[in-house]
Design a protein around this ligand. Structure first.
Ligand code: XMP
Length: 325
């Protein structure tokens, strides 16, 4: 019968059998799905697993440190952190079209993984990485079949994984392929992952890249990270984080006039987005209390000198999407 412990035992046995004594690479994002795969694989094959955590410069405040803390420091999982900020930002420079940005980010992820796989193979007595693990869950399988805009960094085709160079051939390991999100969460709890990680809002593969409208610049990402962190802090403090399915700040490349003391300030506009949804296919903008929006807005304008104005997004999906790009 379906208990998390039964499923874990079964999957661990299957993984041991599939992988044998080979090396496995997993792209770890810190999201629920890849985290659960990491914990399962660690249980099954220990040090034959190497996770690659890519800091693409489009992560939220302290996100990389938190992922490293949970996996490398607390769980003893082998995690390589790749600092690829310059690589992503220079690949994105000058591009402002949303689909083109997504493609650039997806391709850069693949290039970074391919380099990491070569390094790992060289580092493990020449034993090549033969398996690539992914946190694909059942809804992803359906969505990619419908070719939804989808997870930009998820590599879909089997064997000779699409997009990777020809000399890198992997067999895919996808132990969550037939599970729904709530089932994955139950496995995560049973595997001892922190509650905070299990109940995290989803974060898109392209990260802040689709929340900085138009051209991505480091200066914009830094401002957005600060604004987003303030919004998250206040959502958590007020108990609203768990009442919304997803919430985030958006950097708009729009300047607006404000007043500080005796002077004028001509600075950026930040938008706040929070939604309620079950399936993410449709969504309603969250009816956050005005007092909460007020606190967040005041903090953002007072604490970030480059922001002169804050707006709240009151669009539902459809016709708006959850992300702005
Ligand atoms: P939209 O904006 O399409 O988003 O209403 C629906 C859900 O999907 C997430 N999303 C993505 N996730 N790669 C991802 O991994 C992507 O390219 C991507 N685009 C959107 C979005 O955050 C929301 O949860």
């Amino acid at each position: 019968d379906w208990t998390p412990d039964n499923i874990i035992d079964m999957r661990v046995e299957q993984l041991k059998e599939q992988i044998g004594d080979k090396q496995v690479l997993l792209g770890l994002s810190g999201g629920v799905d890849s985290s659960v795969v990491a914990a399962l694989l660690h249980k099954a094959i220990g040090d034959q697993l190497t996770c690659v955590f890519v800091d693409n410069g489009l992560l939220r405040l302290h996100e990389g440190d938190q992922v490293m803390q949970v996996f490398a420091e607390n769980m003893g999982v082998k995690v390589v952190r790749v600092d690829a900020e310059d690589r992503f930002l220079s690949a994105l420079a000058g591009e402002s079209e949303p689909e083109a940005k997504r493609k650039i980010i997806g391709k850069t992820f693949i290039d970074v993984f391919a380099d990491a796989a070569r390094d790992i193979s060289q580092g493990s007595d020449g034993k090549p990485v033969e398996f690539l693990a992914q946190g694909t869950i059942y809804p992803d399988v359906i969505e990619s079949a419908k070719s939804h805009q989808g997870k930009a960094h998820v590599i879909k085709s089997h064997h000779n994984v699409g997009g990777l160079p020809d000399d890198l051939q992997f067999e895919l390991v996808e132990p969550l392929r037939d599970l729904f999100k709530d089932e994955v969460r139950k496995l995560g709890i049973a595997l001892g992952l922190p509650h905070k990680m299990i109940y995290r809002h989803p974060f898109p593969g392209p990260g802040l890249g689709v929340r900085i409208l138009g051209e991505v610049k480091k200066e914009y990402a830094d401002i957005l990270r600060q604004a987003d962190a303030i919004f998250m802090q206040e959502l958590e403090r007020s108990g609203w984080y768990e009442k919304t399915a997803q919430a985030f700040a958006v950097f708009t490349p729009v300047k607006s006039v404000g007043v500080v003391g005796d002077g004028r300030r001509y600075a950026w506009v930040i938008a706040l987005r929070a939604v309620e949804t079950i399936d993410f296919m449709t969504a309603r903008f969250a009816h956050l209390p005005y007092e909460l929006i007020e606190t967040v807005s005041n903090r953002i304008m007072n604490e970030i000198k480059d922001v002169s104005r804050v707006t709240y997004d009151v669009s539902s999906k459809p016709p708006a999407t959850i992300e702005w790009e």
